[in-house]
Design a protein around this ligand. Structure first.
Ligand code: C2O
Ligand code: CU
Length: 490
């Protein structure tokens, strides 16, 4: 394997040697896929749906031999799947028993900045944070994870993440697989590396210019998982829950599947394909056909579109291939309805109305040449307006870009109309080395001159190192204020 010295990409200068990881055909899929339980909730006197989430440390038997030390929500690893319907007001009591400060961010959610769970909403050790908001967005597969500044990668790597499913009337009326754990499954895919004692390896030896690239795969916290389908079609809510890895999912027999949803909701109509590439934090909902008695493997193939520079492609792990999950068909299957030809309305944002175009360059650990500063609000957007943001990856390594509070629409990728898999609501978008992507979004509510939302690279190592900016939503004529010192709740 070649030893690479990287100076250009990110200005790092880390010496790194690696061979391509390829686990195809090597995994003995012997563990039934863990399906995270649905979070329990109660309805309080004010009609709010109340959830309790306790962040705690624990251990999980992933592999033969020693158990692995982990962190989780309400359990040892990952967290329960939260479910709430559009129109409901939710309230979370987040108890932090970890012994260090963290936060819990609702990735993809449209909500007030004080409830967002970014780095200003610290949840200190031994305290409880209780955000509440009204869920008001289309049905989607969102997720939640910690967001403490500088520590997000480590907290997520140890196991803090979970899925947040939003339901609405339109999605409930569609003939799609929708019985949780029966024909509708979260599929949270994470790369991890284990040391000789089966502990998560957080050592710098694994570091690359995108942070830790794990060499093994967990799905919903299951090592070497299989999923036995009992219906002729299953819906998989794929989440790339890795800190740094890009996955490019497909099935080993080349079968097609229907892409029915993107980060922020269902598509206008299903799109037939046999590959879906997801960078960290991106989601895709797919429906795949299953035959009785069969076995097929969901594999992550070498990433596409990391092709500007073969040098950086290697360095980003883009050539790696992983066997992820074995999908089995039970001997007899219950017939599922065909995927509807039309799904939901995805109204186009009125970009002609937009009054502001901003440019963002991602380079090294900087956004527009600046490193994240908790005390600096980088810009303000006006409530009720549509904005166009031009994102440019100034490096020969990949980045991606996530915006809090909104779901955006991709207008152009390198000057071309977006590919099918980017048509639909998105909150995170992959940026190829040297690439340019234009997005549009509307800031509907929640003006607050002092409490920022974040926008950042979702390669968690880059985010932690400073590739993040802060913005506030303002009433017309209002001025950008000052972020709180420790915007914690106490
Ligand atoms: Cu998924 Cu700012 O985060
Ligand atoms: Cu990045």
């Amino acid at each position: 394997a070649p030893a690479l010295l990287v100076a250009g990409a990110g200005g790092l200068g880390i010496a790194y040697a690696s061979a391509v990881t390829d686990t195809s055909g090597e995994i003995d899929f012997k563990n039934p896929l863990n399906v995270p339980p649905l979070a329990e909730s109660t309805v309080d006197a004010e009609g709010r749906r109340v959830f309790e989430l306790t962040l705690r440390s624990g251990s999980r038997q992933f592999k033969d031999g020693a158990a692995t030390g982990t962190w989780g929500f309400n359990g040892d690893y990952l967290g329960p799947t939260i479910r709430a319907a559009r129109g409901e007001t939710v309230l979370f009591n987040i108890h932090n028993t970890l012994g260090e400060t963290t936060s819990v961010h609702w990735h993809g959610m449209h909500l007030p900045p004080t409830a967002d769970g970014g780095p200003h909403q610290s949840v200190h050790a031994g305290t409880t944070w209780s955000p509440s908001w009204k869920v008001d967005q289309p049905a989607a597969s969102l997720w939640y994870h910690p967001h403490p500044h500088g520590e997000t990668a480590r907290h997520v790597y140890r196991g803090l993440a979970g899925m947040f499913i939003v339901d609405d009337e339109e999605s409930a009326a569609l003939a799609l697989p929708k019985t949780y754990g029966v024909d509708d499954f979260p599929v949270i895919v994470q790369d991890r590396s284990f040391d000789g004692d089966n502990q998560f390896d957080e050592s710098s030896g694994l570091f690359t210019n995108v942070g830790i690239l794990g060499e093994e795969i967990l799905v919903n916290g299951t090592y070497a998982p299989y999923l036995e389908a009992t219906t002729t079609r299953v819906r998989l809510r794929l989440l790339n829950g890795s800190g740094s890895r890009v996955f490019n999912f497909g099935f080993t027999d080349g079968r097609g599947f229907a892409l029915i949803g993107t980060d922020g909701g269902l598509r206008a109509e299903p799109h037939g394909t046999n590959r879906i590439q997801l960078s960290p934090a991106e989601r895709a909902e797919i429906v795949v056909d299953v035959a009785p008695g069969e076995k097929v493997i969901l594999r992550s193939y070498a990433a596409e579109d990391l092709d500007i520079d073969p040098f950086s492609q290697r360095f980003d792990g883009g050539d790696d291939v992983f066997d992820v999950l074995e999908l089995r068909g039970a001997a007899t299957l219950t017939e599922s309805p065909a995927v509807p030809g039309k799904l939901v309305d995805v109204p186009k944002l009125d970009v002609d109305k937009s009054t502001e175009t901003r440019k963002f360059q991602l380079s090294g650990f900087n956004l527009n040449g600046k490193s994240m500063d908790m005390d600096r609000i980088d810009f303000g957007v006006e409530k009720g307006t549509v904005e166009i943001w031009e994102l440019e990856n100034g490096d020969q390594q990949f980045h991606n870009f996530h915006v809090h509070d909104v779901q955006f629409q991709v207008l152009k990728v390198n000057g071309e109309n977006p590919p099918e898999h980017l048509r639909g609501w998105k909150d995170t978008v992959y940026l190829r080395p040297g690439g340019k992507t234009k997005i549009a979004m509307e800031f509907k509510d929640f003006a607050d001159p002092d409490m920022p939302y974040m926008c950042h690279c979702h390669v968690l190592y880059h985010e932690d190192q400073g590739l993040m900016g802060q913005f506030v939503v303002l009433e017309k004529g209002q001025k950008v204020g000052k972020p709180p010192k420790d915007g914690g709740h106490e």
